[in-house]
Design a protein around this ligand. Structure first.
Ligand code: FES
Length: 137
């Protein structure tokens, strides 16, 4: 085998052997998986208190408010945009409040009172069977 043939043969082998790895790397970075509905808990868990806080859900931290019998569920990333504390839902006032520096957000995630600079990230939420599922809005 000539030297040039050998180099071409080795080069082709390297490309062929790394192709599956490259395809896997590309396909794992497609955003489609995170844009789908993701299960974050059960309707029984939500119905216990009317709130479901999941810090490590497939979409990241999520706080779902409502019950499986109610028409509208509210879901947000409960990480305060000021300094990262976890906001709590105040049912009587229908708003999210941060315990650290007093920021308040509406049920739509919009800032009602600072120092939070940005709204909370919101999700669309629904009940599917016995599961609570969310997806980015
Ligand atoms: S971390 Fe929420 S107001 Fe500062």
């Amino acid at each position: 085998m000539k030297r040039r043939d050998f180099i071409n043969w080795v080069g082709l082998g390297l490309i062929a052997s790394s192709l599956p790895v490259a395809i896997a790397a590309c396909s794992s970075q497609t955003p489609s998986a995170s844009r789908d509905w993701q299960t974050v808990g059960t309707s029984a868990e939500l119905d216990k208190t009317g709130q479901l806080l999941v810090k490590n859900s497939p979409v990241g931290p999520v706080l779902v408010v409502g019950t499986s019998k109610g028409a509208n569920l509210t879901a947000v990333n409960p990480t305060c945009t000021h300094a990262g504390c976890t906001v709590a839902w105040k049912a009587e006032a229908k708003k999210f409040a941060c315990p650290c520096h007093g920021s308040e957000y509406g049920s739509d995630g919009k800032v009602l009172k600072g120092p939070a600079p940005n709204p909370l990230t919101t999700y669309t939420a629904k009940i599917e069977g016995n599961s609570v599922v969310v997806k980015p809005t």
